[in-house]
Design a binder for this molecule. Structure first.
Ligand SMILES: [Zn+2]
Ligand SMILES: [Zn+2]
Length: 350
């Protein structure tokens, strides 16, 4: 890895993955927004486990195109408008849907924009936010209300992933919920499942130092021990490990549901006692990314201050500190670790 780059006019430093473990900061020029498009420049960009999988070459290659400017969890400001855009103004604080759905395929037409047959996503197959800016169709750009800290907008993407999964698995009031994992997705799952008024939300993680963050996110209990067997109506796997998938099936009660949100790495397999699935009448549901509808709902919740994900941000770095940011995300630094955030534009405030 190298953080050497030379400044050039009209170009911005960008965090680019060229191949496995080959990450550099290099200069890239901003795109020009075409008709109906908006140029958005990031102020805050979160780094997540999926970015590490992209960096390490562990993500299914069908979902990545290299070289790639990283950054799929972000918020920013409108920097320029293409012709015909009158719904936004330069300077607006916004978030941008990363899934660039075609809008016309069969999946898009039934609302499953996450399954668009022409998969294209910012920070995966299209250049992401840790660069000079992103030009996208105006309908993908959502304005943040002026009293929402712009940095909170950088958590809309993982929150939309969680909300889409929860809507599919349909939590019911009064249920006992177990969340497996102690990273940002797990913490957001504990926070968002509260919208359905569960009786009890437990989070089972691996790092004891995450306990306070889990409780602040809405968990009634946090443990690093193996959860109780067959004790939960709904289990959300948000750890991204095959062992967590096995634990999720173990912890769901007869007739219970298991939602899989984590990505354990391409080609990994879990050991599941298959007759348990049948004998216990289990529902096992995977959920990929988010739909446009789930994204819009998260923005509504954020703008209404019904959710406040900002306390989940525990680490902030400049782009020049990217090696340190990656190291903290991989290994931690001994303390609690929520979202690791790049603050790209210090002037944009929090
Ligand atoms: Zn992510
Ligand atoms: Zn489509």
């Amino acid at each position: 890895m190298s953080n050497q780059y030379s400044a050039q006019p009209n170009k911005s430093p960008s965090l680019v993955v060229h191949g496995p473990r080959e990450v550099v900061v290099e200069e890239r020029a901003a795109p020009t927004p075409g008709p109906g498009e908006v140029l958005v420049v990031a102020s805050h960009v979160g780094l997540c486990g999926t970015d590490l999988e992209i960096i390490d070459g562990d993500l299914d290659p069908a979902y990545v195109s290299l070289p790639l400017v990283l950054g799929h969890e972000w918020a920013g400001r409108v920097a320029a408008l293409g012709s015909g855009v009158d719904t936004l103004a330069v300077g607006d604080h916004v978030v941008v849907e990363g899934v660039l759905a075609c809008g016309i395929c069969r999946e898009c037409r039934r609302g499953a924009t996450n399954l668009c047959t022409d998969y294209d996503e910012l920070g995966f197959t299209a250049d992401g936010a840790l660069g000079p800016g992103v030009a996208v169709a105006a309908h993908l750009v959502h304005r943040l209300s002026s009293d929402v800290p712009i940095e909170a907008g950088a958590l809309v993407e993982p929150a939309a992933v969680v909300l889409r999964g929860l809507r599919e698995i349909r939590p019911a009031p009064g249920e006992r919920v177990l969340v497996l994992g102690d990273g940002t997705v797990a913490l957001l799952a504990a926070m968002l499942v509260r919208l359905w008024s569960p009786a009890w939300v437990a989070v089972a993680g691996r790092r004891a130092e995450q306990g306070a963050l889990a409780t602040a996110s809405g968990a009634d209990a946090f443990t690093v021990d193996t959860p109780e067997r067959a004790a939960y109506d709904l289990v959300v796997e948000a750890a991204g490990s095959t062992q967590a998938v096995e634990t999720a099936v173990w912890a769901a009660r007869r007739g219970g549901r298991v939602l899989l949100l984590g990505i354990a790495g391409h080609g990994q397999t879990a050991r599941i006692q298959v007759d348990d699935l049948v004998n216990n009448d289990l529902t096992l549901r995977g959920s990929f990314s988010y739909t446009a509808e789930a994204w819009a709902e998260v923005v509504r919740l954020l703008n209404a201050r019904s959710i406040d994900p900002l306390p989940l941000v525990t680490h902030r770095f400049d782009l020049t500190q990217f090696e340190r940011a990656i190291k903290v995300l991989r290994e931690g630094d001994g303390g609690a670790r929520g979202k690791v955030m790049f603050v790209v534009d210090r002037d944009a405030g929090r």
